[in-house]
Write a new protein. Structure first.
Length: 206
């Protein structure tokens, strides 16, 4: 497709008009860290690349730690998200679910992260997770409601399921069946991009 620059439907964040990059942090687990992938294939790097291709001047820090739970993310929050961060994409909870941890604890930790960042005047976008269906109806209902409930309560941009379009597809996951391949990450980025743009539009109103 050729022609002039694509028309932008959303305003650029204030940092853009001043020539400064938008500084985002992807706070997550192995799904953000890029488990067993080259650094350039990790989610934050691929997302930054896609946003730059659309004309955004962004820097996305990869604060993903493989194996991290929501409590681990809360424990390292202050040093993982430095002052001057314009926004955080929060992707945590998958390991809580895989370990069968009480969803009430995950909810408490995720909301504590959101509230602590809000107290620092750092906006948050939630990248949600769904529980594996073999954990039982009660667990699934309790876990799956965490992210939409917190997003509604705190008026956050929510991407409901981080692995949408990738989960369960063997061709898009590593042999462990849980972590996306580089192609899988590209699909995640493609699908999450509109939500990230909505988040950036909110930053422009600050």
């Amino acid at each position: 497709m050729c022609g002039g620059p694509r028309r932008r439907d959303r305003p650029l964040p204030a940092a853009q008009s001043q020539g400064q990059p938008i500084r985002l942090v992807a706070l997550g687990d192995s799904l953000s860290a890029g488990y067993n992938l080259p650094q350039e294939a990790a989610f934050p790097v691929a997302l930054e690349r896609a946003l730059k291709a659309k004309g955004y001047k962004v820097e996305i820090v990869n604060a993903g730690v493989s194996g991290d739970t929501s409590s681990g993310g809360l424990d390292r929050l202050d040093w993982s998200v430095p002052d001057g961060t314009d926004g955080v994409i929060l992707e945590l909870g998958a390991n809580d679910m895989l370990r069968g941890l009480d969803p009430a604890g995950t909810r408490k930790n995720v909301e504590a992260i959101v509230e602590r960042l809000k107290s620092r005047n750092i906006p948050v976008m939630l990248a949600g997770m769904y529980a594996s269906r073999n954990l039982g109806t009660e667990y699934v209902q309790k876990f799956d409601s965490i992210y939409p409930d917190i997003a509604k309560k705190h008026d956050l941009v929510l991407y409901p399921f981080f692995l949408d379009g990738v989960a369960g597809d063997r061709s898009l996951n590593l042999p462990d069946g849980m972590h996306p391949t580089a192609k899988g990450v590209e699909i995640i980025v493609e699908r999450i991009l509109p939500s990230v743009e909505s988040f950036l539009a909110r930053l422009s109103q600050r």
